[in-house]
Write a protein that binds this ligand. Structure first.
Ligand SMILES: NC(=O)C1=CN([C@@H]2O[C@H](COP(=O)(O)OP(=O)(O)OC[C@H]3O[C@@H](n4cnc5c(N)ncnc54)[C@H](O)[C@@H]3O)[C@@H](O)[C@H]2O)[C@@H](O)CC1
Ligand SMILES: Nc1ncnc2c1ncn2[C@@H]1O[C@H](COP(=O)(O)OP(=O)(O)O)[C@@H](O)[C@H]1O
Ligand SMILES: [K+]
Length: 490
């Protein structure tokens, strides 16, 4: 699914209005109905509903929502903030339509207003939407602060008032919603950790914007949903050679869990064979934990100490739990991988951060899977805000011609063509030791089976999160562990 900017959304609205064709007031009606359809599933009409509307089209949506909820038997109290005579055309039309049916209270500076005290109340935020063009201050900022302080659930229409869709939002008044019900597709702001409180849980509802126009729209940002996932076909005549031979370098004395988890995850993701390279004193642990693995034994008892021959393998992953003892051997390893399909994770990424000139040795489309701390060490700097981080991420992937999966909620997969794909699956139960190792095993498996590297990365991240979601369902986010993710791979 594409993630489009505010400007593109405006064009899309206009295109739809002109070419469907549909009068803009009817498009607003459709948007309000889509919002209501989702809202009523969360809050039934035993909730008193207080709606705060601005005077632009987001406020117009709010007024149409107020009318529709009133018609459904909700006890609705509607406030309009600001001078409504300056309202947008569709706002004014919806004001007229609502006033015929239900009271509208106009609030301007210095007016007293009382927020609901009733426990069973919900607030709908329709003050600003995508038209926000500067931080909110003055009277409106005070209202927003008071709304946030009520402790009541808040549902934002399209986007929280005060939150910028496509850029960093400065520290100012922003609604902190429980839910955002957004129109057509998610906004870039929703995927930034810094905006967690200004988004809440979100859902995109279809308001029927032109599919032709969406197809034409150019963007570098995508959201990976189930529609983008295409498993490779498995021929009924296939044999284990068909599904590739993966090679994994992982684990060290005391860190063998990483090797075990990545190996198992690779097997459970459909690979034909996997050979895992481990130190001599670690062989039994691996062999007993995963009887299906072929073990390549290091001459070193305890940690990674170089590898000689891995030409016969279809894809190679390097790094989970290998330790940081031997960067020179890591360099030697990279020199032997010019044409390999390669993934580097964990300690391998730390090595690259310690010796950045090694980045030149990475084959095109190598996949790196850092968490934010590893990414910082890789690029040798931090960032001011999450939007700057995205820029850095994208530039790094393009300039080094590699794929970077920046892990976390909504893992961002940056491709060498500049695109960034945000993942839709996963949960905080995956913030547990070893879940990154599982991801490396899954991506390795997909690479060895012949998925193009971009697809291996995007789909690997997606399947990892999907299995994590199933694990959380079977157990709970709190009690699930990395092995449960593997058990739930399908
Ligand atoms: N255009 C369309 O056809 C549709 C628009 N829709 C709604 O329209 C919204 C966008 O509406 P608008 O473009 O009217 O914009 P908003 O309603 O978000 O804002 C209204 C106006 O407020 C002013 N403003 C911006 N920031 C301000 C600030 N910090 N302090 C004071 N004033 C400020 C701007 O002049 C802006 O145009 C969307 O978020 C969505 O909710 C939906 O009804 C779907 C269809
Ligand atoms: N809150 C979260 N929501 C979704 N996924 C998460 C969350 N926290 C962690 N994850 C996922 O879990 C994995 C953790 O990997 P990593 O940080 O490398 O852990 P480890 O090194 O312990 O294996 C990543 O794939 C990440 O995307
Ligand atoms: K809003």
């Amino acid at each position: 699914m594409k993630i489009l900017s505010t400007y593109q959304t405006r064009d899309l609205d206009e295109y739809t209005i002109k070419n469907e064709p549909i009068p803009s007031i009817d498009l607003m009606e459709r948007a309000a109905q889509a919002f209501v359809n989702s809202f009523v599933l969360k809050y039934d009409n035993t909730f008193k509903t207080v709606i705060f509307c601005g005077i632009g089209n987001n406020g117009g949506d709010g007024l149409a929502v107020a009318r529709k909820l009133h018609q459904l038997g909700y006890d609705v109290q509607t406030y309009v903030l600001g001078n409504s005579t300056n309202g947008s055309i569709d706002f004014l039309e919806n004001l007229k339509r609502l006033q015929n049916q239900s009271e509208v209270i106009k609030l301007s500076e210095n007016d007293e207003f009382h927020l609901p005290k009733k426990e069973k109340s919900v607030i709908i935020d329709a003050i600003f939407g995508s038209g926000l063009n500067r931080p909110i201050d003055g009277f409106l900022a005070i209202v927003i602060l008071k709304i946030n302080q009520t402790g009541l659930p808040i549902v934002s229409i399209d986007i929280a008032s005060g939150l910028f869709s496509d850029t960093h939002s400065p520290q100012s008044a922003v609604i902190q919603p429980t839910y955002t019900i957004t129109f057509q597709y998610p906004k870039l702001a929703f995927f930034q950790p810094e905006n967690e409180k200004s988004v809440g849980s979100w859902e995109a509802v279809d308001i029927g914007l032109s599919q032709d126009s969406i197809r034409e729209a150019k963007t570098k940002y995508y959201y990976t949903s189930s529609a983008e996932i295409r498993p490779l076909a498995r021929s009924s005549f296939s044999h284990k050679g068909t599904f590739g031979h993966a090679f994994l370098v992982a684990g060290s004395y005391g860190m063998m869990g990483a090797a075990v988890l990545a190996t198992k995850a690779c097997l459970r993701s459909g690979v034909g064979k996997i050979t895992t390279h481990v130190p001599k004193k670690c062989v039994d642990i691996l062999q007993i934990s995963v009887p299906e693995v072929i073990v390549d034994i290091s001459h070193n008892d305890y940690h990674f100490d170089g590898i000689w021959n891995f030409t016969k393998y279809d894809a190679v992953a390097m790094g989970p739990g290998i330790g940081l003892e031997n960067i020179d051997k890591f360099e030697e390893f990279l020199k032997k991988t010019p044409n390999k399909k390669l993934i580097i994770d964990a300690d391998g990424i730390t090595f690259l951060g310690q010796r950045p000139e090694l980045l030149k040795l990475l084959p095109k489309n190598t996949i790196l899977t850092p968490h934010p701390k590893e990414f910082k060490s890789l690029i040798g700097r931090g960032w001011e805000n999450d939007f700057e981080k995205l820029e850095i991420l994208s530039e790094f992937a393009v300039s080094k011609k590699i794929i970077i999966c920046l892990k976390g909620k909504n893992t961002a997969v940056a491709l060498p063509n500049g695109e960034i794909h945000f993942n839709s699956t996963g949960n905080s139960g995956m913030a547990t030791a070893g879940s990154g190792d599982v991801l490396t095993g899954i991506i390795l498996s997909f690479l060895a089976q012949g998925y193009p590297p971009e697809q291996a990365a995007i789909q690997g991240v997606y399947e990892h999160g999907l299995a994590g979601d199933q694990a959380a369902k079977n157990r709970s986010e709190r009690s699930m562990i990395a092995s449960d993710i593997i058990e739930n791979l399908r």
